[in-house]
Design a protein. Structure first.
Ligand code: GDP
Length: 197
């Protein structure tokens, strides 16, 4: 699949205000600074589409981008903001979970993990929650260019081992870099295959 058009549609924090046309939605989530905005821009080849920033927690709302007039990429608020107030964290959490659990259009949730990091409790808990709820998801390891091939493989193996402590099956996994477009064809191919079903 090639992305011909990618347009920002709406940014909001209530699922009632999300698009009502029934098109499928592919949502992206991860801890702030994981590289989510960069990945969305890399996939769509539109530099400023999702806002990239050094400032953790900047994307605070649900952002819908219409792709090829066909499906949506949804940029969700990151989870685990250490620097925001407890109240704000709870508010974000409630927005995220309401969207994920109550949005029938959600076709696949991509959970982003920085490939350099050891399995972190906050990510593992989030992944486990999605598994328990039966939310269709895949894992994307980001920033692959920051590690050698060998180190990247070791990191992914560590993640798999951690997940297999609790699950019999592993979710689909992708390795990406927004610096050099690693994983772009694989991810778009994955979305395309689901869309063709
Ligand atoms: P977000 O908060 O998850 O949206 O993260 P951003 O996309 O804003 O990225 C956070 C930081 O990581 C920025 O400084 C990016 O330039 C950097 N970054 C994101 N993706 C990559 C990548 O694939 N490779 C490298 N080397 N840096 C990346």
């Amino acid at each position: 699949m090639e992305i011909k058009t990618a347009e920002f549609v709406i940014s909001n924090s209530e699922i009632d205000k999300c698009p009502k046309d029934g098109r499928s939605e592919y949502a992206f989530i991860g801890r702030s600074n994981v590289g989510k905005s960069s990945l969305i821009n890399m996939l769509t080849r539109k530099k400023g589409l999702a806002k990239t920033s050094q400032q953790p927690g900047k994307t605070q709302l649900i952002n819908h981008f219409l792709i090829n007039d066909d499906f949506y990429i949804v940029d969700l608020p990151g989870y685990g903001y250490a620097r925001t107030s407890k109240e704000k964290r709870e508010e974000f959490k409630s927005i995220i979970y309401t969207y994920i659990y109550e949005r029938p259009q959600l076709t696949n949730l991509f959970i982003l993990i920085d490939i350099r990091h050891e399995p972190l409790k906050i990510d593992i808990e989030f992944i486990n929650n999605m598994g328990v709820r039966g939310i269709p998801f895949a894992i994307i390891f980001t920033k692959a260019d920051k590690l050698s091939k060998g180190a990247a493989a070791t990191s992914i193996e560590r993640y798999k081992t951690r997940l297999l402590e609790e699950w019999d099956e592993l979710p689909p996994m992708f390795v990406t870099s927004s610096e050099n477009s690693t994983g772009r064809d694989e991810l778009l191919g994955y979305i395309d295959a689901i869309e063709q079903e």
